[in-house]
Design a protein around this ligand. Structure first.
Ligand SMILES: Nc1ncnc2c1ncn2[C@@H]1O[C@H](COP(=O)(O)OP(=O)(O)OP(=O)(O)O)[C@@H](O)[C@H]1O
Length: 629
């Protein structure tokens, strides 16, 4: 079914019983194809285990859409964590609460390239903490929970050495060990993140923490769950699957819009970027490049798979999870040996109130960072040791970036370029994205040092501010902004005409030529218009704008001239009044000429009659005429 079909997400789908398609690995394209991926759309061949026919999917290199953004006050950014209550921001099992600062969208025009932007006010990164339960190994060593959760999003850690005071850390929400996966979805703010991705914002949820602290569990669930093809409604699923289900719910609730979803999945393994949907790239890693247009880093030649149905997103997740690097060490039998980035791009074609169809380009990234490791504790050697060193190095760079970014005005150079991870997270950390950090910690004493480090990291990250923007097609943004300008100028024109008693609508330009009225673009037709017609349409808008601007400036000129004339007239009036009073005073002193009442005396006899200054001035001119005679 074509995704272009607006009815794709109609309630019909709601009734659909989920049938999980167990996808086998997506086959890598022939090497010759790989070279061309960046230039044109290619077909990624997928087979299904249940004997379905090979299904071709469009894939193309990571898109670099124009970063024009919509300027519209309707794009307010509500708090990431809804129903916030400051009283008890700690989630045990099914408790609620959360907090998040609210922000209102502000109108802003940036001249980055030739684009306009809708940007929100700066806001801090949202940080939540998830504490995993004590595991079997720890229990067998007689360990127990040593962290306290007093509520209000606080975690209390005992001192790391005897006699040291306990430390209190505060976050948006704290998930205690008993919190379920559903609680994390409901109260972490990830739902709001998805809603914002649908609206066109670039959103990221990333898990950070030491090895074995529950990052993968939080995002994907227990080891092997995704690969086993479990139902998406399994209570064990982590945030990613739950988010996919919620995302499709959101899309179904917007039948007025047309959505196109594309997913990609990569890992950074030993500082190499590998496409998890095209494992062939492990031999020839992908390059991270800088895009001048979008002013952000992107991965060249990365597959993006069209996802028309929920199943397609699961297939991507399943395929990538199967291909990611996992290893075992003393602290985690299923340790992630790489950082992974699962990205779902959401293109939304929406009809604006001005008969123009605009596209927004939102995105939701799920980043599962490999855990920091103290190699002495994990007993890493050989390959695992090399992996651990690379993981620790990239996390260290991430730490430097977070420290610099959180330093407010003292912000110095931010070393994004020092690792692939920070290059790809740059926009989420301090650019134009909305970010949720889930700091994962273990509750036992043997992990206390690492726990305190993670909590410090998270506390620093909480200070980072970003300024989210909605991404739109440059063409749509231009047409929309020109249309708005035409309307504003027309309103101004009409106002000036009324003020100057000039009758008639705006119809002609300053040379008296009839201005060609810009045609109305029919809803949803913008995309079907050929390039030449679009250019013509833009030119017409621009012409109309400049004609209006010219006429408005002339009207302003006329108005200024009239104001100057008025000023001169009133000065003349004052001079004449004074002269009249002087003449009157001479008359009073003369015994022959009877005293004439002064101008002010005439007025005082009829106190209730309002005297028009222009008539008054006419009177004074008449009196002067009489006197001169
Ligand atoms: N909240 C939780 N509830 C139940 N089990 C959990 C929880 N968090 C983690 N676990 C279990 O602890 C083990 C380690 O978790 P996980 O693999 O998610 O850690 P990790 O932080 O991703 O580690 P690494 O960085 O080494 O990949 C897993 O078996 C996981 O199922």
């Amino acid at each position: 079914m074509a995704l272009k079909d607006l009815h794709m997400f109609q309630p019909l789908h709601r009734e659909k019983v989920y049938h999980h398609r167990q996808a086998t690995p997506l086959k890598a394209p022939p090497s010759g194809l790989i070279r061309n991926i960046s230039k044109s759309a290619e077909t990624l061949v997928a087979t299904t285990r249940c004997g379905k026919e090979l299904k071709s999917r469009k894939a193309r290199s990571t898109e670099q859409p124009g970063t024009a953004s919509l300027k519209d006050s309707s794009y307010a950014l509500p708090a990431l964590v809804k129903n916030a209550s400051r009283d008890d921001v700690s989630v045990r099992s099914r408790s609620r609460n959360g907090s998040g600062s609210s922000r209102a969208a502000s109108l802003d025009r940036s001249t980055r390239g030739s684009t306009t932007t809708l940007s929100a006010d700066e806001d801090n990164i949202n940080v939540v903490v998830r504490v995993r339960p004590v595991n079997e190994t720890e229990r067998s060593h007689g360990e127990r929970e040593i962290l306290e959760f007093p509520g209000k999003g606080q975690v209390i850690c005992p001192g790391t050495v005897t006699g040291q005071k306990h430390k209190v850390f505060s976050y948006n929400v704290v998930f205690e060990p008993a919190a379920s996966q559903e609680d994390v979805l409901e109260y972490s703010g990830v739902k709001r993140l998805l809603e914002m991705a649908v609206e066109g914002f670039s959103c990221t949820a990333f898990c950070y923490g030491q090895t074995g602290s529950g990052k993968t569990h939080t995002l994907s669930g227990p080891p092997g769950l995704i690969e086993s093809g479990a139902s998406p409604y399994s209570s064990e699923h982590g945030l990613v699957v739950r988010s996919f289900v919620y995302l499709f719910q959101l899309i179904r609730d917007r039948p007025d819009c047309h959505f196109i979803l594309k997913a990609s999945f990569l890992e950074i393994y030993n500082e190499k970027v590998i496409d998890l949907l095209n494992p062939g790239t492990s031999r020839k890693p992908l390059q991270v490049r800088w895009s001048k247009e979008s002013r952000s880093f992107y991965v060249e030649n990365l597959f993006t798979v069209d996802c028309e149905e929920l199943d397609d997103l699961f297939a991507v997740l399943e395929e990538g999870t199967r291909n990611r690097a996992v290893g075992a060490h003393a602290m985690n039998a299923h340790s992630s040996r790489s950082h992974t980035l699962l990205s779902v791009r959401v293109r939304r074609d929406v009809r604006s109130e001005r008969d123009v169809t605009c596209s927004t380009h939102g995105k939701i990234n799920f980043v599962d960072l490999a855990g920091s490791e103290i190699t002495k504790r994990t007993h890493s050697t050989g390959k695992t040791l090399e992996e651990a060193n690379n993981i620790n190095r990239s996390l260290m760079v991430l730490g430097y970036c977070i420290a610099q970014l959180s330093d407010g005005k003292k912000r110095g150079h931010i070393p994004y370029r020092d690792s692939k991870l920070t290059k790809l997270l740059a926009d989420s950390l301090a650019g134009n994205g909305v970010t949720l950090m889930i700091a994962c910690i273990a509750p036992t004493r043997s992990n206390l040092n690492e726990t305190v480090n993670t909590l410090r990291y998270a506390a620093r990250a909480k200070k980072i501010k970003s300024k989210p923007i909605v991404k739109m097609d440059a063409r749509d943004a231009l047409i929309l902004s020109l249309k708005r300008e035409v309307e504003a100028l027309q309103a101004e024109n009409q106002h000036l005409r009324t003020a100057l008693h000039v009758h008639g609508e705006y119809k002609t330009d300053t040379l008296g030529h009839r201005n060609p009225s810009t045609p109305l673009v029919e809803t949803n037709k913008l995309y079907q218009l050929p390039q030449s017609e679009l250019v013509e349409l833009i030119q017409l808008h621009m012409e109309e704008n400049s004609a209006l601007r010219r006429e408005n400036s002339e009207l302003f000129g006329v108005r200024d001239q009239l104001l100057r004339d008025q000023e001169l007239l009133s000065r003349e009036n004052e001079r004449l009044l004074k002269k009249l009073e002087d003449v009157n005073s001479v008359c009073i002193r003369s015994p022959i000429i009877p005293a004439r009442p002064t101008y002010s005396e005439i007025g005082s006899k009829e106190p209730d009659i309002w005297t028009n200054p222009s008539i008054s001035s006419a009177n004074s001119v008449a009196s002067r005429f009489y006197l001169e005679k």
